[in-house]
Write a protein that binds this ligand. Structure first.
Ligand code: ASP
Length: 331
């Protein structure tokens, strides 16, 4: 029988009502007790590493979780992590970069409805997560509503619907159907890479969503605040305005200040291509880094991770364009 470690971190799945709304309460052990069918699938040990709403989750917590996974994998065949859904896609991206070369499954899951509710999706999601954690897959995945999603491709698209997460710009790796794990995609492991804990991060990264009329001076504030990286959620294929409130001189200023600028899009699917319109090409000429088909959660986390390794802008660009764990299509 395989040995799986459940790391619990809180979220709706573990929550119960309080005077101030839902708050995480249940430990992993308590959640497992509610799903007796799990007993027949594997040996389970539980460790509570956090018990917070994932809105409170921050980069230092990703490092804590990555460390616990790294330690756990010395003894266990796979890891299940229960997590709040609101920032789970950021955590799954962070773990993917920090724990490359995995030869075992690390599976994140959560739920839209608390596990003690009769309408919960938490029992199914945990059960499915254990099915994947005992499968032959390796790498970091999110399992939700029966879907198995590559850790760097998940995004939460619904606040209420059970099918909350989509796999962006890459098909799901597979599905859990009853007792069966059906794999239809390619796992994210890059050949020849040894398993390592590589959790260095630069947390001074900002995400700026453009609106029609964004004032250029906002970038001066980011420079003053000492940010090292800025992700711009631009329009469409990556358009950045240069008429009236012209942002291009600001991009030059960021470059001169040694700040890495990555351009992604506000559109959920298909990614950016800055070579199509002049509003993209002019931005490209200032040296911005296109995010390709990466999902924005992965872009932000990858920039933190890359800047944790280098602040040389040429090297930042090379690393941002390179595929490390299924996060970007090779151009
Ligand atoms: N606010 C909760 C969280 O992210 C939502 C959830 O888990 O579904 O922790």
């Amino acid at each position: 029988m395989k040995k799986i470690l459940l790391l619990s971190t809180g979220g709706t799945i573990a929550s119960a009502p309080s005077k101030e709304g839902l708050v995480p309460k249940f430990s992993g052990q308590e959640m497992i007790k509610i799903i007796p069918e799990l007993k027949n699938t594997c040996h389970i040990d539980c460790k509570e590493i956090l018990n917070i709403d994932s809105s409170n989750m921050q980069p230092e917590d990703w490092q804590l979780i990555a460390g616990a996974v790294y330690e756990g994998l010395k003894e266990y065949d796979g890891i299940v992590i229960t997590h709040g859904t609101d920032t789970m896609a950021y955590t799954s991206s962070a773990l993917s970069f920090m724990l490359r070369g995995l030869n075992k499954p690390v599976v994140l899951t959560g739920s839209q409805v608390p596990i003690e509710s009769s309408l919960t999706d938490g029992k199914k999601n945990i059960y499915d997560a254990f099915k994947v954690a005992t499968s032959e897959l390796s790498g970091v995945y999110m399992v939700f509503n029966g879907k198995i999603i590559t850790g760097t491709r998940a995004s939460k698209l619904y606040t209420h619907k059970y099918d909350a997460f989509h796999s962006i710009n890459l098909p799901e790796i597979g599905y859990v159907e009853g007792e069966n794990v059906k794999i239809i995609g390619y796992p994210s492991k890059i050949k020849g890479e040894d398993f390592q804990l590589d959790d260095k991060l630069e947390t001074n990264v900002f995400l700026l969503k453009l609106i029609p009329g964004t004032r250029p001076e906002i970038f001066d504030v980011l420079i003053q605040l000492g940010y090292k990286g800025v992700v711009i959620e631009a329009f469409g294929l990556g358009g950045i305005p240069y008429i009236r409130r012209n942002l291009l001189p600001e991009l030059e200023k960021l470059k001169a200040a040694g700040i890495a600028v990555v351009v992604t899009t506000q559109i959920t699917y298909d990614g950016v291509d800055l070579n199509v319109y002049d509003v993209g090409i002019k931005a490209l000429k200032t040296g911005v880094i296109p995010a390709g088909d990466m999902v924005k959660e992965a872009v932000v986390v990858k920039l933190m991770w890359v800047l944790g390794h280098t602040c040389d802008l040429k090297e930042v660009k090379r690393m941002m364009l390179k595929n490390y764990c299924g996060e970007v299509k090779n151009s």
